[in-house]
Design a protein around this ligand. Structure first.
Ligand code: GTP
Ligand code: MG
Length: 364
C-alpha cells in the first residue's frame, strides 16, 4: 500500500528586522523556510540603537504584541543577534518563542549535521551559547542577591545546570579531538600524496557541491537549500593528461553574520581550507546579492587566515544570471583569474580546468 510521507507542521513567523538591512531580511526568510517556518509578516523597525531591555521601543513592542496576539504567529524571528535578556523579555511580553539570527543558523546546522563530527560540532556550538546564557542569568541573580540575600533555589538550579553542561562540553570536546586526530592522519596522507589541493569555497547555495560533482565525477547530494553541505569532502579529479589528477575539497558554505560559536566549533573543518594550494571562490550570479556574498567570502577567508592562498573567481549559474547583475566589479579585480561557468549544465568546466592548471603552474 502506498504511504504518504509524514507531514511536518509548518510554523508561522513574523520577522523583525531593521529598515537598512532589507537584503539580510530576505535571506533570513529563506533560512526560515529551510526550517519549515513560513514568514507571514516582515515587521520593519527603524532604529539607531536597539532598546537595551526589550530590543524594541515601547511603541513598536506594543504593535508587535498586538499583531502576535491577533494573528496566529508561532514564533518571532529577529534578524539580529540579541542579548539573552532581550530574548527573554520579548518572549515574556509576546508569549511566543523568539529566535534571533544566530539561533536560526544554529537550528539549521543542527538539522543538517549528519556525520558524527558535524553533530558534535553543532552541539558544542549550542552548548557554548547556553553557557553564556547561564552566566548571564547568574550575574542577574548576583545583582538581585544584594537586595534579597542568601542562595535562592534558582541559583542552585543554575549551578547544577552549569556543572552538567560543562561536563557534557568536556566529553564532546574530547570526542571531537579523537575524530580530529583521525582526520589529521588522513590529512597527512593527502599532503604526502603530493597532489595539488584545490578547495571550493563560497556562500551557501552557490553551487559548490554541483561543481565538485562535475570536477570529480562524484554524486554528492546537492539541493536548493541553505547549508546543505556541512562537512569538508575530498576527492580526486582529473585535470589534464599533462597534469593528471588533483584533489578537490567541497566545503561548508559561508553566510553573513555566521555565529562565532559555529566558526569556533567548525574551525578544524574549515581549517582544511588552509591546506589548499588553490582556492576557487564560487559565486552564484543568479543572486542579486552576489557582490555582497563575494565580500563575505573574502572576509571569512581573511578570518581563517586563508587570504594569502592563491585564488580564482568562478562565476557560477551563468545560465540563470540575474538581469540586474553587472560583472564589471568582478572583471575589474585583475588580481584573480575569473571564469564563467554553469555547473548545472556542465558548461565552462573544461575552461575552468585549463585555468586551474595555468594558475597552479604559475604558483612559485
Ligand atoms: N541554474 C543553475 N543552478 C545551479 C547551478 N549550479 C548549482 N545550481 C543549483 O543551486 C542549488 C545549490 O547547489 P549546491 O551545489 O547544493 O550548492 P552548495 O554551494 O553546495 O550549497 P551548500 O552546501 O548549501 O552551501 C541546487 O539547486 C543546484 O541545482 C548552475 O550552474 N545553474
Ligand atoms: Mg554543498
Amino acid at each position: 500500500m502506498h504511504q504518504n510521507p509524514p507531514q511536518t507542521k509548518v510554523l508561522k513567523t513574523v520577522i523583525v528586522g531593521r529598515k537598512n538591512s532589507l537584503d539580510t531580511i530576505k535571506e533570513l526568510e529563506s533560512l526560515l523556510a529551510t526550517l519549515d517556518i513560513r514568514t507571514e509578516l516582515i515587521f520593519i523597525v527603524q532604529m539607531h540603537k536597539p532598546d537595551a531591555r526589550n530590543y524594541l521601543t515601547k511603541g513598536k513592542l506594543n504593535e508587535l504584541q498586538l499583531y502576535v496576539q491577533n494573528g496566529s504567529v508561532d514564533v518571532i524571528s529577529v534578524d539580529d543577534e540579541l542579548k539573552f535578556s532581550q530574548i527573554r523579555n520579548l518572549q515574556k511580553t509576546c508569549q511566543v518563542p523568539v529566535l534571533d539570527r544566530p539561533r536560526i543558523i544554529l537550528e539549521i546546522f543542527s538539522k543538517r549535521a549528519h556525520t558524527k563530527e558535524g553533530q558534535i560540532q553543532v552541539e558544542i556550538a549550542t552548548l557554548q551559547r547556553r553557557k553564556a546564557e547561564l552566566i548571564n542569568q547568574q550575574s542577574s541573580l548576583d545583582q538581585q542577591a544584594g537586595f534579597i540575600g542568601g542562595k535562592g533555589p534558582g541559583e542552585k538550579k543554575i549551578e547544577l545546570n552549569r556543572r552538567q553542561l560543562l561536563q557534557r562540553l568536556k566529553k564532546l570536546k574530547n570526542a571531537l579531538q579523537q575524530i580530529e586526530k583521525q582526520r589529521f592522519t588522513k590529512r597527512n596522507k593527502r599532503i604526502s600524496s603530493s597532489l595539488f589541493i584545490v578547495s571550493l569555497v563560497g556562500y551557501t547555495n552557490a553551487g559548490k557541491s554541483t561543481l565538485f560533482n562535475c570536477l570529480t565525477k562524484e554524486d554528492l547530494p546537492t539541493d536548493n537549500l541553505l547549508f546543505h553541505t556541512l562537512d569538508t569532502r575530498t576527492r580526486k579529479g582529473f585535470l589534464s593528461p599533462s597534469m593528471g589528477e588533483v584533489l578537490f575539497n567541497d566545503t561548508v558554505g559561508f553566510i553573513r553574520k555566521l555565529p562565532h560559536e559555529l566558526i569556533e566549533a567548525f574551525k578544524s573543518t574549515l581549517e582544511e581550507i588552509l591546506l589548499s594550494d588553490l582556492i576557487l571562490k564560487v559565486i552564484d550570479v543568479s543572486d542579486k546579492q552576489c557582490l555582497h556574498h563575494y565580500e563575505t567570502v573574502n572576509e571569512t577567508l581573511q578570518d581563517l587566515g586563508a587570504d594569502t592562498i592563491p585564488s580564482m573567481i568562478v562565476l557560477n549559474k551563468m545560465d540563470a544570471i540575474h538581469p540586474d547583475i553587472s560583472l564589471d566589479p568582478f572583471l575589474s579585480d585583475s588580481s584573480e583569474p575569473l571564469i564563467q561557468i554553469s555547473a548545472l549544465q556542465n558548461k565552462g568546466i573544461e575552461d575552468l580546468k585549463s585555468a586551474i592548471q595555468k594558475k597552479i603552474l604559475s604558483i612559485p
